[in-house]
Design a protein around this ligand. Sequence first.
Ligand code: SF4
Length: 180
Amino acid sequence: MKKIKVASIWCESCSGCHMSILDMDERLVELINKGLELNATPITDLKVPDDDTDIGIIEGAVATDHHEEEVKMMREKCKFIVAIGDCAVFGGIVTMRNYVPLNELLKRGYIETESTVDGKIPTSPELGKHLPKVKAVNEVIKVDYYIPGCPPSADAIYHVLKEILEGKTPVLTGELLKYE
Ligand code: SF4
């Protein structure tokens, strides 16, 4: 049986979309039995996909230079890119920060919150640098398939992965297609 390698990452997000992947429950096992192989994902805790990965799933918006590097890496290594969830599809709730100057936002988040004592804005060079604006994934790389929703349902994710596994082009209609 031909294996279909799947990798996934999350960028600026809440990880809710990956929870929906896990919500496929036993259907995830069914897909694995049909040839789906989980490669680098937060589930396997491997960070770099194989060069011949078939499906790259991206959750979350692109908010830092690290996210930009990661989505470009996914595009290089994966045949199909699937943007999963509203944050990845059009920026979603994460783009709220585009309406506030970044320095004000960081000050509010790290120094001024009511529960913070002696707060400071992190400056470690290991941290990603915030981009001037949060972007949807397709503003950085080409995206092949979109699964909107916040989060998308396990049914929608299952449908898309199953169709790709069967060599079909997935189309979301009716209850499977939601923006929320
Ligand atoms: S789309 Fe919703 S569930 Fe998914 S990462 Fe964004 S906020 Fe979280």
